[in-house]
Design a protein around this ligand. Structure first.
Ligand code: AMP
Length: 284
């Protein structure tokens, strides 16, 4: 069932809770692909009822980012959800979520702000305020849907770590279920933003997964020094790539590593033309 208002969602949730049913939430920005589908399938399997939110959240986009051209494919998304056994597709408008004059400064909106240590690095460094927008909307979705479980992809590993921290710090009664990265056969991690890539760009984009898989292979062979592991990346980069970051950090608290271990997550962000892609891998 496609639902556009908060009230309609609340009505259903009230009924389900009365019946003692468990609720799973899969927050998305739509343009659904098999990566999203893997989260949805997990929720449908684990929970009595599943809500998928489809909302291109304006407050998590920075000025100059792709808010206007972000792919919007609600009809196809709804079909995919229906076939997967989803109970509610919640697709609110920005006005429904943020009210009249909907937006966008923290002069007028209550924000949930994650700790500085978690956002001053990796994607947070170039996307200032992004994770404030993410935490705020996820918190709102938790309050609207009151899920027992919420499903997030490892694809956005920094986001997942920050959401787990928010849930812990704010005592939000939901269990976060992390879900593994779904990749194309080529290794490229599925992403709605892959739609921006030409065929040639797509080939260039393979550098992300190649770099990560190669680092993992080197680690498995016994190379632990982070500088040495980083160096191996340069063989995969060419003039079409602009490397934003390649960093080795703790998988729970994002502290930087100089020696890699089984708790080390490797994070990469790479620009190909105007398209910015991210990926990551856990070494352990
Ligand atoms: P998005 O629509 O990009 O905001 O993503 C919604 C959810 O799907 C997030 O929890 C993402 O981490 C997750 N997701 C996106 N792509 C993938 C993927 N390739 N594999 C697993 N999860 C993914």
């Amino acid at each position: 069932m496609l639902v556009h208002t908060i009230n309609e969602v609340r009505e259903c949730i009230k009924k389900w809770k009365k019946e003692g049913l468990t609720v799973g939430l899969v927050p998305t920005m739509g343009a659904l692909h098999n990566g999203h589908l893997s989260l949805i399938k997990k929720s449908v399997e684990k929970c009595d009822k599943t809500v998928v939110s489809v909302f291109v959240n304006p407050i998590q986009f920075c000025p100059g980012e792709d808010l206007d051209k972000y792919p919007r494919t609600l009809e196809a998304d709804e079909k995919l959800c229906q076939n997967a056994g989803v109970d509610i597709v919640f697709a609110p408008s920005p006005k429904e979520m943020y009210g009249e004059g909907h937006i966008l400064s923290n002069d007028f909106l209550t924000y949930v702000v994650p700790p500085f240590f978690y956002v001053d690095k990796l994607c947070g460094k170039s996307r200032v305020g992004h994770f404030d927008g993410v935490c705020t909307v996820v918190n709102k979705l938790f309050n609207i849907v009151q899920p027992d479980y919420a499903f997030f992809g490892q694809k956005d590993a920094q986001q997942l770590i920050i959401i787990k921290k928010m849930v812990k710090d704010l005592n939000i009664p939901v269990e976060i279920i992390p879900c593994p990265i779904v990749r194309e056969e080529s290794g490229l991690a599925l992403s709605s933003r892959n739609k921006y890539l030409s065929e040639t760009d797509k080939k260039e984009a393979l550098a992300l997964s190649k770099i990560l898989f190669n680092i993992k292979a080197c680690y498995d062979k016994g190379i632990k020094d982070v500088d040495a592991l980083s160096e191996t990346a340069y063989g995969f980069l060419n003039e079409h790539h602009s490397l934003e970051y390649l960093e080795f950090r703790d998988k729970e608290n994002l502290e930087q590593k100089t020696l890699a271990d089984d708790n080390t997550q490797v994070f990469i962000a790479l620009r190909i033309g105007s398209v910015r892609l991210i990926d990551n891998i856990l070494l352990g």
